[in-house]
Design a protein around this ligand. Structure first.
Ligand SMILES: *Cc1c(COP(=O)(O)O)cnc(C)c1O
Ligand SMILES: [Zn+2]
Length: 407
């Protein structure tokens, strides 16, 4: 097992490294630990069932809370709600991870390997979810955590991080400023950096299991497309890699918010390289990443998307709200704006003829609605105040009216 640069191919030792020493490129894990399946049944109920494919060499270093192996279901009512659609929609429900987002896959793998390599604490820059995950897993492992997030991060995510006892730093400005600060702090304290862009190869490596899970659930038959909410894009890589390990491939669709879409801009302009985004403005906090200073992460993701014959799609905030509503009301899935973005993209791609009406698609529902309840609070709802609960007849009339309303 070693680390390899995805740009120049340079080999590096299996250490806590965050960029290629030769060209500054993204590093990836080459090889697998071959670790025996853990004896502990609670580990076998997590992604560590496949410990052999990950980078940790000794089971005692594994920090797990049941991440991965998330449910994946057909979404028949959503399928019926999309005009002209005759295909299959599958929801890969990553909200079901321990801290409510797919970041738990990265953090469980990244923290476990960091401890194995001797780290005594962790730092993480985050738009919220990676921070919440890192704080939770650090608590479980009993190691100190410093989490750096933009000051405008949704309250639900900030509260979650603070609850786990992490040192939480709120930084004015966009996510890239938090990213820079976390790099400096990790160096200064000698802590591992669990920032979940492409920075930590041991963390990103675990996302390939999400792709393998998709193939397992679909009985080995590849979907036509997988739609992935995308900031810098590790999950795009993970899905592609996992499908590849199963001998399959699909069109990868990187979904970004129109208010922060550096990868989509480069894709549509036919550019080879991604450039940073100036002023992110979107309700999708999980993918509000302007990539300032690590544009190469975006360029790598762009390459993966193009190589798959896929595309990058930007969705407006109103389309995100509609998708959140669709998921919540048609399928019972409560997702934060970012988590619903694949559903918004699906509607848009069908309307634009970018997806065959009979396609079989997988939507990665990456983050839980509990994390950003305010995003739902603004939506029309069938909520009424009851002044006199003892007047049953009046309340029943109110319900009759409310039940008869069309949304
Ligand atoms: C982090 C995150 C993403 C993806 O962002 P990347 O920077 O591409 O890893 C998508 N959805 C949610 C909910 C997230 O927290
Ligand atoms: Zn390199």
């Amino acid at each position: 097992m070693h680390l390899r640069c995805v740009d120049c191919g340079e080999r590096h030792p299996p250490a806590l490294l965050y960029a290629c020493a030769r060209c500054g490129g993204v590093l990836e894990v080459a090889g697998e630990s071959g670790l025996a399946a853990p004896a502990d049944p609670s580990l076998r109920d997590s992604m560590w069932r496949d410990a052999a494919r990950l980078g940790v060499l000794e089971a005692r270093h594994i920090v797990s809370m049941g991440e991965g192996q998330t449910p994946m279901r057909r979404a028949p009512r959503l399928e019926a709600a999309l005009p002209g659609f005759r295909g299959e929609i599958w929801l890969k429900d990553e909200t079901r991870n321990p801290s409510g987002s797919f970041k738990d896959r990265l953090v469980s793998a990244g923290l476990s390997k960091a401890l194995e390599l001797g780290a005594r604490g962790v730092v993480c820059a985050s738009s919220g979810n990676a921070g919440a995950s890192t704080a939770a897993y650090a608590a479980r492992a009993g190691v100190p955590a410093v989490i750096v997030v933009p000051a405008h991060t949704p309250a639900g995510k900030v509260t979650q991080i603070a609850a786990h006892g992490a040192v939480l730093l709120l930084v004015e400005g966009h996510y890239s400023r938090s990213y820079d600060l976390a790099r400096g702090l990790a160096e200064r304290h000698g802590f591992a950096n669990l920032t979940t862009t492409f920075l930590n190869p041991w963390a990103v490596d675990a996302l390939k299991l999400a792709g393998l899970e998709i193939m397992e659930r679909l009985g080995g038959v590849a979907p036509d497309a997988v739609l992935v909410p995308t900031g810098s894009g590790p999950l795009v890589k993970g899905v592609a890699q996992g499908l590849g390990l199963a001998g399959a491939a699909a069109r990868l669709v990187a979904v970004q918010a129109a208010g922060c879409a550096p990868i989509v801009r480069a894709f549509e302009a036919g550019e080879a390289a991604v450039t940073a985004w100036d002023m992110p403005r979107t309700i999708a906090s999980g993918i509000s990443d302007p990539l300032i200073g690590y544009e190469r992460d975006g360029t790598y993701t762009l390459r993966l998307v193009r190589n798959s014959g896929g595309l990058a799609v930007a969705v407006e905030d109103d389309a995100l709200r509609r998708a959140m509503r669709d998921l919540a009301r048609l399928e019972g899935v409560y997702a934060e704006p970012t988590g619903a973005s694949p559903v918004a993209a699906l509607r848009q791609m069908l309307a634009a003829g970018q997806l065959a009406p009979e396609a079989r698609v997988v939507c990665m529902i990456t983050g839980h609605g509990f994390k950003d309840g305010a995003a739902f609070a603004e939506m029309p709802a069938r909520t009424h105040r009851v002044a006199d609960p003892e007047d049953l007849a009046a309340v029943a009339r109110l319900c009759d009216h409310a039940l008869a309303e069309k949304d």
